[in-house]
Design a binder for this molecule. Structure first.
Ligand code: NDP
Ligand code: MG
Length: 402
């Protein structure tokens, strides 16, 4: 008998939401879409409600009444909840088995943490949750016996290349009998890999968000252009796989065919390959430890040209170095870096600062803001207080620049 997994897709209207729902739609016997959330794209959310008929839906607080009316007018009596508390309610709903955490940015943290504390199976796209609250999140997962499966393609690749005993938490990655030496995160290098710093400095929004291999939301596309995305992923990997940042290497691989690698002490490098399509890691995590058809195009090995590997230029992509610096300093620093970066990226998208200013702003905020230390016992309110302090500091800094 097939057990139906009941799924809440938080961030259903985004790019990861699209890919997830495409897979769920293709496997209705395995998955029930129980809850969805959207934020600004509420017309799209309404269409998704008509297609998937979820029991519950979350929208911003100010939109609850009107959205409920729109649902009624199309004959649906979906329960509508609002704001962060609504998202938290969906994440811990006793009917939900699996939470797809696909909200972008710090806004995804409270619901992701709530899912961990409710012992859910979490499919994590929202890397910012781990960057801000890695220790707290991992502790919540362990204490409440939640399952955390990475959707980020690199982390999903690494997970797939680790021994089953480590995947299933039956032993630690530090258990030397399994021989894990290093993790290798691959990076595409983004649209400016082969451009000069000056060209990067002059780039407009359209050029910066035009990723060579992946189609993604705006914020992560800008993060890919500055390589802050790889910095955030480095921090994400440290928490997910319990390793010091010095054990995690970054290599630019412009073709985005190898999604990441694990290096073993016998000299083996295990890699996961595939077309650059998020449906593959999402399908893997949805059906783990089994496999389902993701609907992505199989990799055509004969059509591939050479696979390249390049060392990142840390001057041009300074955000990568900042991520290592912040990881060494501790969770309060990674929270500050994430907040500064979210504000700086929003300012770039609003055409207030240049693309290359993002790294400079992040560096200044990281070095200047004074915040208390955080650890695994910190409260989410302590983390959110640091987040908001760093945001206002960054906003003031940017206001002086424009
Ligand atoms: P999108 O911008 O496409 O989607 C973001 C989602 O979050 C949308 O559903 C959006 O709602 C919702 N949202 C935005 N702000 C808020 C808020 N304040 N409160 C509640 N919901 C909000 O982003 P992506 O799908 O590209 O990325 C989502 C996450 O996944 C990010 O953390 C990203 O780093 C990560 N990720 C994405 C990958 C990709 O290929 N896209 C790959 C690996 C990781 P609405 O659209 O209705 O406004
Ligand atoms: Mg990634």
């Amino acid at each position: 008998m097939v057990m139906t997994q009941r799924i809440a897709v938080l961030g259903a209207t985004g790019s990861i939401g699209d890919s997830t729902l495409a897979i769920l739609a293709a496997h209705p016997q395995n998955y029930e879409v129980y809850a969805l959330s959207g934020y600004q794209r509420l017309d799209k959310l309404l269409a998704l409600c008509q297609q998937f008929t979820p029991k519950r839906v979350a929208v911003p607080t100010s939109a609850v009444d009107e959205f409920a009316q729109r649902l009624r007018s199309v004959g649906l009596n979906t329960d509508v909840v609002g704001g962060q508390s609504g998202l938290i309610e969906l994440a811990k709903d006793s009917q939900v088995d699996t939470v797809v955490a696909a909200i972008v940015g710090a806004a995804g943290l409270p619901s992701t943490l709530a899912a961990a504390r409710a012992g859910k199976r979490i499919l994590l796209a929202n890397k910012e949750a781990l960057v801000m609250a890695g220790q707290v999140m991992i502790k919540a997962v362990k204490t409440h016996h939640a399952t955390l499966l990475p959707l980020d393609s690199e982390h999903n690749a690494i997970f797939q290349c680790l021994p089953a005993a480590i995947q299933q938490d039956n032993t630690q990655i530090h258990d030397q009998s399994y021989g894990v030496r290093k993790l290798w995160l691959t990076a595409s290098g983004g649209p400016f890999l082969r451009k000069s710093f000056t060209q990067m400095q002059q780039a407009g929004v359209a050029e910066a968000v035009k990723h060579p291999n992946w189609s993604m939301g705006q914020k992560i596309s800008v993060d890919s252009a500055t390589m802050m995305n790889k910095g955030l992923e480095l921090i994400e990997a440290c928490h997910l796989f319990d390793l010091n940042e010095s054990k995690i290497k970054v290599v630019i691989h412009p073709q985005s065919i190898i999604h990441s690698m694990v290096e073993y002490n016998d000299g083996s490098f295990l890699a996961q390959l595939g077309s650059p399509d998020m449906k593959t890691p999402i399908a893997h995590a949805l059906s783990y430890p089994k496999r389902i058809d993701s609907g992505s195009q199989p990799l055509d090995l004969f059509a591939l040209s050479a696979l390249e590997f390049i060392e990142p230029d840390l001057q041009k992509f300074a955000c990568l170095g900042l991520a290592r610096q912040a990881m060494q300093a501790g969770t309060q620093a990674t929270t500050v870096l994430n907040a500064a970066n979210e504000i700086a990226v929003a300012a770039f998208l609003a055409e207030q600062v240049r693309l290359t200013d993002i790294a400079a702003i992040n560096e200044q905020v990281l070095n200047e803001v004074q915040v208390p230390l955080l650890d695994a016992n910190s409260d989410i309110d302590d983390i959110l207080a640091i987040d908001s302090l760093a945001r206002s500091y960054t906003e003031t800094l940017i206001a002086k620049m424009v």
